[in-house]
Design a protein around this ligand. Structure first.
Ligand SMILES: [Zn+2]
Length: 103
């Protein structure tokens, strides 16, 4: 049985709040929400605690989401060591506060 992740609800909130623009190239993403527009800045695999954290989710076009996940992300404009450090720190705090176990 598939476990409800809550991701789609979160995506809907973000879609309602933010301009529908790729954070990397500025292209317009259209009006229809598609899950592939939502990119986890720090992957779910490395920080499960940030999976449903809006600060960890960027709107990206398909091309740049793919580049972020599978290509050379360090060449991208949105790559930011400080942001990565901040998010990792946040995840660490959540783990120590709530005893969140990474899988
Ligand atoms: Zn783009």
């Amino acid at each position: 049985m598939a476990r409800k992740t809550g991701e789609l609800d979160l995506f809907k909130e973000i879609w309602a709040e933010r301009p529908h623009i790729c954070k990397e190239c500025g292209c317009h993403l259209g009006y229809m929400l598609a899950p592939h527009f939502f990119s986890h800045y720090i992957s779910k695999g490395s920080e499960p605690a940030l999976r449903l954290d809006k600060e960890n989710i960027d709107l990206l076009c398909f091309k740049h989401h793919h580049q972020w996940d599978h290509g050379d992300r360090k060449k991208m404009k949105i790559y930011d060591e400080d942001r990565i450090a901040q998010l990792k720190l946040k995840a660490h705090k959540q783990r120590t506060t709530y005893g969140y176990q990474s899988e």
